[in-house]
Design a binder for this molecule. Structure first.
Ligand SMILES: NC(=O)c1ccc[n+]([C@@H]2O[C@H](COP(=O)([O-])OP(=O)(O)OC[C@H]3O[C@@H](n4cnc5c(N)ncnc54)[C@H](O)[C@@H]3O)[C@@H](O)[C@H]2O)c1
Length: 144
């Protein structure tokens, strides 16, 4: 059994992961700032309301709960908002993730699952998928 920190565990994906892992008997702590999530969605383990960008809090949790695994779901996911406010998204999705990873390395956390973009589904109705760009062969042999 693992001691798992689930960031963003009060959100859509993280809460389902927490439910399954809790039912499987793992020890869980969820870190979520509730900017988008719901406390009631955390069904197993402890919920700590806080931010992945708070290095002191993250370090305390990693130590207190003897965390060996992090599942990282804490991010913002609204594509149009990320285009309108790129720095806000950079701060949360990139800088705060970096802080979390830095703490994980310092504490010797051995397993880190990074949930990447949700913007992987869907093609505009009626639009055909773009073909890949043509491959060009570039000569690698010496010219003389
Ligand atoms: N929803 C999907 O279909 C899908 C698919 C593939 C990947 N993902 C990825 O999974 C992750 C979670 O997506 P989701 O759909 O569950 O989003 P969500 O908004 O439902 O959940 C994200 C959770 O993270 C919390 N959060 C955000 N920033 C935080 C921070 N700095 N510190 C602490 N908590 C923070 C929010 O309060 C929220 O509860 C994202 O990285 C997303 O790109 C989602």
């Amino acid at each position: 059994m693992s001691n798992i920190l689930i960031t963003g565990g009060a959100g859509y994906i993280g809460s389902h992961a927490g439910k399954l892992l809790g039912e499987a008997g793992h020890r869980l702590v969820t870190l979520d700032n509730l900017s988008k999530g719901y406390a009631g969605a955390v069904t197993h383990g402890d919920l700590v309301v806080g931010d992945t960008g708070d290095a002191a809090l993250v370090s305390q949790l990693l130590g207190d709960f003897h965390i060996d695994t992090i599942l990282h779901f804490a991010a913002w996911t609204i594509v149009p908002e990320s285009v309108a406010e790129p720095l806000k998204y950079y701060q949360n999705n990139t800088s705060n993730a970096r802080t979390l990873m830095d703490c994980a390395v310092r504490h010797g956390v051995r397993h880190f699952v990074f949930s990447s973009t949700a913007a992987v589904y869907g093609i505009e109705p009626g639009a055909a998928p773009k073909p890949p760009p043509p491959r060009r062969s570039i000569p690698t042999a010496a010219a003389s």
